[in-house]
Design a protein around this ligand. Structure first.
Ligand SMILES: *[C@@H]1O[C@H](CO)[C@@H](O)[C@H](O)[C@H]1NC(C)=O
Length: 379
């Protein structure tokens, strides 16, 4: 222990930041005089109410209150709450106020899914009390509706909203966005009863966007996304439940895209990302995948999922329209659509240009030698 105690403060604080929870960090104060005040300067604190199970609720919240009040680091890099086992979001407003005093850069609030706490409604102070935040991640919480009077998150660059519910509906989601003037990276994972029909993303500064709706939702043609993000460089769109995605402005800087959707008419999506270099595709349709005559001039890497009936025709279209393609990967990354007949392989009348000039590698993951696979492989 003593050899460790001789290390400089800075290094010890880094070590303390690696401890799993704030409880462990604070416990080090009893080690010796050298450690007595060190915990107050640790830049990363994780409060996990799971470690207080079996003890009364008040003890956990008092512990959080006190340790935040005594905290003295000029900047708290990460403040992470894992709640739901014994504690709802009831005290979060007090902690957010304390957190603002410590200039928190990254705030994470995760509510346990198996939680007995019915709803974790986050307090309104979240919008006004965290002016220094650069990263915000909310998991399984409820974001209440508010009337924003001014920009609430002037420095926020990264936002993750996982399984969040929005009682304010579509309109609130739209308004929420005008509050992030420098947001660059936004990650949304929607949950079945989030009370949003059309999820609008309109952020001029956005570079990375990930929107996911998984298939446990009932397929609903009225549900969808609207994207207006002209600076986007990376788009990850996974929607197995919605009906559409409207892209309102071209995205000339797109480099990477993963489009995995069960829409019947996805054609506008691919034509808005014509500059893409790395592309992953899983689509229901090949004919309506993108407008006739589109060329992917920059596309060098493509991965196509083979779970859908139309994958082969989609592959042929993409090969024909991608003159610079270098790497091709085929992989079935969803279960097969069981009862639909698989497509027939029609020998193409012409060899796609990229196969003669640029194509270097073809990888087929989990190739099983079925008849369909063999026919494609042979030609
Ligand atoms: C859903 O959103 C609408 C506004 O679009 C609101 O009037 C309604 O109360 C919300 N419902 C729930 C259950 O939160």
């Amino acid at each position: 222990m003593d050899r460790i105690s001789q290390l400089p403060d800075e290094l010890l604080l880094r070590i303390l930041s690696l401890l799993p929870t704030a409880k462990d960090v604070v416990a080090t104060m009893v080690l010796s005089k050298r450690w007595q005040f060190l915990w107050m300067y640790v830049p990363r604190l994780v409060y996990d109410d799971d470690s207080y199970q079996g003890i009364d609720y008040g003890r956990f919240s008092r512990f959080v209150d006190r340790s935040l009040i005594f905290h003295k680091a000029p900047v708290l890099e990460t403040l992470h709450f894992k709640l739901g086992k014994i504690c709802g979001a009831g005290d979060v407003h007090v902690w957010i106020r304390a957190a603002d005093k410590c200039s928190v850069r990254e705030l994470i609030i995760e509510i346990d899914f198996s939680s007995s706490v019915t709803q974790a409604t986050l307090p309104r102070s979240l919008y006004t009390g965290c002016s220094t935040l650069v990263k915000l991640k909310l998991d399984n919480a409820v974001l209440v509706d508010v009337i924003f009077s001014s920009v609430s998150f002037p420095s926020l660059k990264t936002l993750s909203l996982l399984e969040v519910k929005y009682p304010g509906g579509d309109g609130f989601v739209k308004r929420l966005l005008s509050n992030y003037p420098v947001l660059e990276d936004w990650d949304v994972e929607r949950c079945p009863d989030d009370n949003v029909t059309i999820f609008t993303v309109k952020v001029p500064s956005l570079k990375i966007l990930s929107l996911r709706t998984l298939s446990f939702r009932v397929n609903d043609d009225a549900q969808g996304f609207v994207i207006d993000a002209p600076s986007l460089e990376c788009l990850d769109l996974v929607d197995h439940a919605g009906g559409f995605c409207v892209i309102e402005s071209d995205m000339p800087n797109i480099e990477d895209a993963d489009i995995d959707v069960t829409y019947h008419l996805p054609r506008k999506i691919l034509s808005s990302i014509a500059s893409v270099q790395h592309l992953e595709l899983c689509l229901l349709t090949s004919k309506d995948a993108y407008p006739l005559g589109s060329i992917f001039r920059c596309l060098t890497h493509v991965k196509i999922c083979t779970c859908e009936v139309e994958w082969l025709n989609l592959l042929m279209r993409v090969l024909n329209d991608s003159p610079k393609l270098r790497d091709l990967k085929l992989e079935q990354y969803h279960p097969l659509r069981a009862d639909e007949p698989r497509p027939c392989w029609n020998e193409p009348s012409q060899v796609p240009l990229c196969m003669l000039s640029s194509l270097k590698t073809v990888e087929w993951v989990k190739y099983e030698g079925t008849k369909e696979e063999k026919e494609v492989g042979d030609s």
